[in-house]
Design a protein around this ligand. Structure first.
Ligand code: 28F
Length: 641
């Protein structure tokens, strides 16, 4: 489709790309920050396909100063010859026809599998870019093709394939400038941390693949990833801040009917389960048949092993949740024709894979346990502890349930509940300290606002097994007050409040308690965060008074701005609030609790995998500086709700 011969092909192309611009969300999920970064993954996936086909070994990704992105690989280079059927080159077709690329083995070019997120190909990136430039080094020739889209005239144009000159290189390079007007307000730049985490994961999933990342906007962000150990190195990284039970990472790989399976496993003393599964390098965050096959194998092998090695009195049949505690595992499937459940590609559905994964893992895992009786014994011991804890937690839950049945008021004594039971309007404040708790109870709107004061430090849920949770009063009170229960029994329909608002002092202690609460919510109520029920209250930092006039100030910046507007500062008084307790009930109400004047931060997990890393590093055994992590990794959207 060059500038003027508008044949039916170019009309179809125009309609295709225009359709993408009309409803971008249908092609890249959504037009927020996540959707913007999908553009990179789309182009990178095409380079990965060239890696999977065995023709490329290095991918480079550069964030340019102008926020355009350059991706390149050292593969064969996209064909530039004119395609007999369409009269245009494959290069132009790939960037102008939806679902183009034909990389699904149609032409037996060795393209076994393609990540091709939603299979929409690079043409979507072109459609959502103000301009895109492709460079191909192939057969000793460098060629270039540039597309431009003018937001004013809505005109798409391209330069036609240009021969630049001779070259000894081979591969493909694509530079694109997102059309930021098509994305949400505020989505205007790339987050190098999101890029690094995703491409580091991709390097782990394709052992030996080198990925080079450069950020020309800011020094110090450049990294180079290459992991000869693949999934084994991946597990070592995930577990780096945890205490291992087995020094070895148990690795198994195999292939059956063209389906590639790779699995690595390691047990730690942690109480969390860290299972990451992928199909063709795309994370399957809702699991599927590959994870089922993995757990089938693990449960059967461990129960067989226990049968053979435990004494009569210790013998028992473990349940699936018992073998999950402290388990870190990565499952990577390469499948030529993957099927998924639902709209996204988050749940893998190919039934034949369950048995294949089960068989490939069983053999290696069984051999490992038999050949390493010491590690085998340590794994069993860990699972036995987990089983005991599960049974203790069930007893503790049973006791709570019995109290319910007997009609005792099971809500915690310290809870000042609200009258309304309509979750769309109710909210519960988790308040640090009794004095602030007292003021909050006095100042609140009793119809819709409940108060649960917390005394002292909340335990670190990252390092606490579920049965110990029930023994901790603060935690138990929250679990009871929320009404949803935790773990296997969690039921969000039973949530008693629409908003759970963390209200702590604006000092270091307050932020420590807030971090412990966020860890507890992330570990045991992740769905409450994902569904947007968790908030953070924003008490004022200062109160500025000048005669009768008083003003509450919420941030240091706000204070600086305000002081610039004051001519003579001598007559004003600035009070810095150290804690919530310094405000009386009326002040606490009007500054922090009144929905008409307060500000709340809604807690979101933009990237669960990244949050996972943050929490396990931050709250795990070897804790790195908390402040650095809190300021750098927690993203809060400031909302007036
Ligand atoms: C920076 C983004 O897009 N790399 C790509 C290739 C190589 C071939 C190809 C791609 C096969 C027939 C459709 C070359 N020579 N990086 C990339 N590298 N696509 S995308 O072929 C396209 C398909 O038509 C390629 C021989 N076979 C395939």
């Amino acid at each position: 489709m060059s500038n003027n011969n508008y044949d039916e092909h170019s009309i179809q192309v125009l309609e295709g790309l225009e359709a993408v611009r009309k409803r971008p969300g249908m092609y890249i999920g959504n037009v927020d920050n996540k959707g913007l970064h999908h553009l990179i993954w789309e182009i990178v996936d095409n380079s990965i396909d060239e890696v999977l086909a065995g023709h490329a070994t290095k991918i480079s990704v550069t964030v340019n100063k102008d926020e355009s992105i350059t991706v390149s690989d050292d593969g064969r280079g996209i064909p530039v010859a004119i395609h007999p059927k369409t009269g245009v080159s494959t290069l132009e077709t790939i960037f102008t026809v939806l679902h183009a690329g034909g990389k699904f083995g149609g032409d037996n070019s060795g393209y076994k599998v393609s990540g091709g997120l939603h299979g929409v190909g690079a043409s979507v990136v072109n459609a959502l870019s103000s301009w895109l430039e492709a460079t191909v080094w192939k057969n000793g020739v460098e060629s270039k093709l540039r597309f431009e889209f003018d937001n004013k005239t809505k005109k798409e144009s391209n330069s036609g394939v240009k021969t630049i000159g001779k070259t000894t290189k081979h591969g493909t390079e694509v530079t694109f400038m997102p059309n930021f007007e098509l994305f949400n307000n505020g989505v205007e730049s790339f987050d190098i941390e999101i890029i690094k985490i995703r491409l580091k994961e991709t390097a782990y999933l394709n052992k030996g693949l080198e990925i080079d990342i450069k950020d020309l906007r800011e020094e110090g962000n450049d990294v180079n990833y290459k992991f000869e150990g693949g999934l084994v190195d991946f597990i070592v990284d995930i577990n780096k801040s945890l205490e291992k039970i087995t020094q070895d990472v148990i690795y198994s790989e195999g292939e059956k009917d063209g389906i590639g399976v790779e699995v690595s496993v390691q047990y730690t003393t942690s109480y969390q389960t860290k299972l990451y599964s992928f199909v063709n390098n795309i994370a399957t965050t809702e699991g599927g048949t590959h994870e089922q096959g993995f757990y089938d194998a693990l449960l059967r092998i461990i129960n067989n092993y226990a049968e053979k090695t435990l004494s009569q009195k210790d013998k028992r049949c473990f349940k699936r949740e018992d073998i999950k505690e402290g388990l870190t595992a990565v499952i990577s499937i390469k499948h030529p024709d993957p099927m998924y459940e639902g709209q996204t590609k988050a749940k893998f559905a190919n039934v034949e894979v369950r048995k294949i994964v089960n068989n490939i893992i069983s053999e290696k895992f069984e051999a490992y346990l038999l050949e390493n009786p010491m590690q085998g014994g340590q794994i069993l011991a860990k699972i036995q502890q987990a089983t005991k804890a599960r049974e203790a937690a069930e007893k503790a839950r049973e006791a709570t349930r019995r109290k319910d049945v007997l009609g005792f008021s099971t809500l915690p004594g310290k809870l000042a509940d609200c009258a309304s039971t309509n979750r769309d309007e109710t909210e519960i404040f988790i308040v640090e300290g009794d004095s602030a708790g007292g003021s909050a109870k006095m100042g609140r709107d009793r119809e819709v606002q409940a108060i649960l004061p917390l005394r002292g430090k909340v335990i670190n849920a990252e390092r606490t097994r579920i049965d110990k949770l029930f023994n901790n009063n603060e935690i138990n009170s929250m679990i009871t007050a929320f009404g949803t229960s935790v773990g296997e029994e969690f039921d969000i329909e039973k949530l008693r409040y629409g908003k759970i608002i963390i209200m702590t002092d604006a000092d270091v202690d307050g932020s420590h308690i807030r971090t412990l609460l966020l860890t507890f919510f992330f570990r045991f109520f992740k769905e409450l965060i994902e569904q947007g029920h968790i908030y953070i209250a924003c008490p004022p930092l200062f109160k500025i008074t000048k005669g009768k006039y008083e003003k509450y100030i919420y941030t240091d910046d706000e204070k600086e701005e305000f002081l610039k507007t004051v001519e003579d500062q001598s007559k004003i008084n600035i009070q810095r609030y150290k804690g919530l307790g310094e405000m009386n009930d009326h002040q606490l109400w009007e500054t922090t609790m009144d929905p008409h004047s307060r500000k709340l931060l809604r807690v979101t997990i933009e990237d669960a995998a990244r949050a996972e890393t943050v929490f396990s590093n931050l709250m795990g055994e070897n804790v790195e500086p908390r402040k650095e992590f809190i300021t750098k990794n927690s993203k809060f959207a400031r909302l007036d709700v």
